[in-house]
Design a protein around this ligand. Structure first.
Ligand code: HEM
Length: 113
């Protein structure tokens, strides 16, 4: 039996798939070499000289997308949580950010408190 959660999950996978397949199609259509990971994967050949299919590329990108997204989001969430509990560390980080990013326009978007 399909539950509402299953439908939401399937819809989310379709949405991600569309995003990634569009990315692959756009990159395939481009003639210019970007030197990034997707270009490397598109140009890769196996021992028989065969390139990856769109499905294989999608699987590689999806793995990197999810592995990179969830871990980084978790690490940042726990960092913020711990900083909020340790005022002296938060103060030290704030000082370092102000020092290192002084004059950088993006600094105004960063606020720890
Ligand atoms: C704070 C950030 C991250 C943490 C804590 C983290 C942690 C880990 C750990 C512990 C593993 C080993 C899992 C295992 O073998 O049991 C792993 C594997 C992996 N991570 Fe990360 N990761 C982070 C960021 C990223 C990012 C940004 C990417 C890609 C953009 C990424 C892609 C991968 C991939 C593809 C593997 C599997 C490697 C393999 O064995 O073939 N990770 N990560």
């Amino acid at each position: 039996m399909r539950l509402p959660g299953d439908r939401r999950f399937a819809a989310a996978v379709r949405r991600l798939d569309r995003f990634i397949y569009d990315l692959i199609a756009a990159r395939r259509a481009e003639c210019r070499e970007r030197g990034d990971l997707l270009s490397v994967l598109i140009q890769a050949r196996d021992e028989n000289g065969m390139p990856m299919s769109d499905r294989q590329l999608r699987d590689e990108i999806m793995t990197l997308f999810l592995a990179g997204h969830e871990t980084t989001a978790n690490a940042l969430s726990w960092t913020c949580f711990l900083l909020a509990q340790h005022g002296e560390a938060e103060e030290k980080l704030s000082t370092e950010l102000e020092r290192e990013l002084a004059g950088d326009g993006r600094m105004s978007a960063i606020s720890l408190s």
